[in-house]
Design a protein around this ligand. Structure first.
Ligand code: PMV
Length: 300
């Protein structure tokens, strides 16, 4: 038996525009998915609860095929990451199950193989994943992500934020399509927004470096305006943002694909706990640590 865990993620700036070439700032969070993998008598890979089509199963199958092994595996998943709300749950599940399977069969942890396996697993739920979630689940930390260069780790210096779950699940692909339609209908405006977001990312990195949370918050509010313009906000998101600001956050925005899902908010560390009761009247709230370890083998 082997146990491994992997973190979820938040996008601090740049979602959607990242699909069209600009960078995004991303960070792992201390909500993790854990996979417990055991050898089974019969061949094939299955989940202990009998469900099928999981990224965890697909990722472990990929490991078996790359090793040329025919072992049977049973996987049990225990996850603290809410599903289908933009926190990278499926990538974390795929990374932890492939790492546990690989370590059980070979005694090794090979991050590039785990990254490949997780990507295969994530394809089950995201038709064409950008690779951002699987990079964070595998390597952890925080940094910049671009489609052309992938994940570049950077210490962003921000330690904690609030994550608000609106509870409304949605499909990333539908929202990516909505933004593509906007870009085709209004190409000039979209190009302007894309350039602005590119500049915003550089500004964001400066404020992170200087730990200027107030300016960082204002920049998040501006990023949210752009996301609103391209049509990926929702009434729940706006309500969650309003509650965060009412509670004293410097800024808040949707994170991930939008259309529901989660909102993030920044505030001084001693303010975070004061915002929680204001927001939790309506929504589930997590105070999360950023930049945590990527996939790792756990003691059983
Ligand atoms: O699947 P989510 O909610 O974490 O969103 C992914 C971020 C997008 O930029 C909307 C899509 C992508 O593949 O980068």
């Amino acid at each position: 038996m082997r146990t491994a865990s992997a973190p979820g993620k938040v996008i601090l700036f740049g979602e959607h525009f990242v699909v069209h070439g600009s960078p995004a700032i991303v960070a792992s969070i201390d909500l993790r998915a854990t996979a417990i993998v055991e050898l089974a008598r019969s061949g094939g890979v299955r989940l202990r609860d009998g469900s099928r089509g999981s990224p965890a199963v697909r990722a472990a199958e990929y490991i078996l095929s790359r090793l040329g092994a025919s072992a049977g595996l049973v996987i049990e998943i225990r996850s603290k990451i809410p599903q289908s709300v933009g926190l990278g749950s499926s990538a974390a599940v795929a990374a932890s199950s492939s790492a546990a399977a690989l370590h059980l069969l070979t005694g090794r942890v090979d991050h590039s193989l785990i990254l490949e396996a997780s990507y295969e697993g994530e394809k089950i739920v995201h038709y064409m994943p950008s690779g951002m979630d699987t990079s964070i689940a595998t390597f952890g930390g925080s940094g910049l992500y671009t489609r052309s260069d992938g994940y570049r780790r950077l210490d962003i210096g921000l330690e904690e934020i609030l994550v608000v779950n609106t509870g409304r699940q949605r499909r990333t692909g539908d929202l990516v399509l909505r933004v593509r339609e906007f870009s085709e209908k209004k190409p000039e405006l979209f190009k302007q927004l894309l350039d602005e977001v590119g500049r915003m990312i550089m500004e964001g990195l400066d404020y992170l470096r200087s730990r200027d949370l107030e300016k960082l918050g204002r920049l998040m509010n501006r990023n949210q305006e752009f996301l609103r313009m391209v049509g990926v906000s929702s009434p729940e998101i706006e309500e969650a943002i309003a509650l965060c600001l009412e509670g004293g956050a410097y800024g808040a925005k949707l994170t991930g694909a939008g259309g529901g899902g989660c909102v993030i908010a920044v505030a001084d560390p001693d303010k975070l706990d004061k915002i929680i009761p204001v927001v939790s009247r309506r929504f589930e709230v997590f105070r999360v640590r950023l930049g945590v370890d990527g996939v790792r083998i756990e003691q059983p």
